[in-house]
Design a protein around this ligand. Structure first.
Ligand SMILES: [Fe+2]
Ligand SMILES: [Zn+2]
Length: 357
């Protein structure tokens, strides 16, 4: 059963169970704890609820229900909530140099203000990258600026980590001198970090290579979809198992390379790491390899890359669920500090800044 509602010249049909369940009166909703007041019996009653009478009066909707309950709703609220018309920030997918020219560069001092924080967080939401300038090249100063956005995510490398010479402890390709194919980190975690932070502390002037590379994974997926819809679909459906094994830990997770939001159909996450895959054969394996190879082939297209040298003083933040990062091979000393931030903490900050709902 449905109720029809008029709003700004549009007429929409609202499911009655949903409407009943969404009553915000004080018998149905605890505004202090922001949670529903319900029970198993009340929920089952809601599923079978009927409307005795309803009336739309300007901005308000009044409903009398079959169990005697009466509800009053703000029409705009019902419309926005039912159509998920909340505050959103659509990503702009970047090609090559746009990854450098479009994201915000926010001075470290302005991060003490809400305006500065909003500028940085908006940039990460929109372009997948944000940059902080004028940061003292130390671990402590890097941590301090990041904490204006969210606390570092304490994973297996510790809350703040340094990548440099003689790192024998971490058995990971990132701690070698070789080149790294652009990838996402933490694909072996069910709750892998949403943000990744890099800050160069020391770089040998006589060293060669060691440039950072970044590619917008949403753009790679977009191109894949245009060029071969079936390859795209395959990578949204087939799980790829990845793992991380170290002294006393063994992390493993399995999900598709391209994750889709089932409500909006938007791309939610790119989960690509050519190194961390286990030998677990994928389902539909021939189709999988053709699709994965197509993704890799797009990934190596030079026009998609931003290649740059990380500089002391400049902190670069990536959305790890979107931007793939890599590095060219290098010689000489190259020491940088980094950290992760959980997606939950980052999105919570974005909501408190009013950038998303
Ligand atoms: Fe990495
Ligand atoms: Zn109520």
């Amino acid at each position: 059963m449905a109720i029809s509602l008029e709003f700004e010249g549009k007429s929409i049909s609202i499911n009655t169970t949903w409407l009943y369940e969404s009553c915000r009166c004080e018998q149905c909703y605890d505004a202090t704890s922001k949670s529903r007041i319900t029970s198993i019996q009340q929920f089952l009653e809601a599923v079978n609820i009927k409307v005795n009478k309803y009336e739309q009066e300007n901005d308000s909707l009044h409903v009398e229900w079959s169990n005697g309950h009466a509800s009053t709703y703000d029409v705009k609220w019902v419309f926005d909530t039912w159509t998920s018309n909340g505050v959103k920030l659509e990503p702009y997918t970047c090609v090559g140099k746009e990854l450098e020219s479009l994201p915000a560069r926010v001075d470290a001092n302005s991060l003490i203000t809400t305006e500065g924080q909003r500028e940085l967080v908006r940039s990460i939401l929109k372009y997948g990258i944000g940059v902080i300038t004028n940061v003292e090249p130390t671990l402590e100063a890097t941590e301090k600026v990041i904490r204006h956005i969210a606390k570092p995510y304490d994973l297996m490398f510790g809350p703040m980590w340094i990548v440099g010479p003689n790192e024998k402890y971490h058995k990971d390709p990132a701690y070698s001198n070789g080149s790294l194919v652009a990838h996402n980190d933490n694909t072996y975690l069910n709750d892998g970090a949403g943000l990744q932070v890099f800050h160069m502390l020391e770089r040998d002037n006589n060293g060669t290579g060691g440039l950072s590379t970044a590619v917008d994974g949403f753009k790679v997926a977009e191109i894949l979809k245009q060029e071969n819809h079936l390859h795209f679909k395959c990578l949204t459906e087939i799980d790829v198992e990845t793992e991380y094994v170290n002294l006393d830990s063994h992390y493993k997770w399995s999900e598709p390379v391209i994750k889709i939001n089932s409500t909006t159909n938007d791309i939610n996450q790119i989960r690509f790491n050519i190194y961390d895959r286990t030998c677990q054969p994928q389902s539909r394996i021939t189709e999988f390899y053709a699709s994965y190879a197509h993704f890799v082939e797009i990934l190596k297209r030079e026009e998609l890359y931003w290649e740059y040298a990380l500089q002391p003083g400049t902190v670069v933040i990536y959305n790890n669920w979107r931007i793939l990062h890599g590095r060219t091979a290098f010689t000489g000393k190259r020491v940088f500090v980094g950290c992760y931030v959980s997606t939950a903490e980052f999105l919570s900050k974005a909501r408190t800044l009013g950038l998303i709902s």
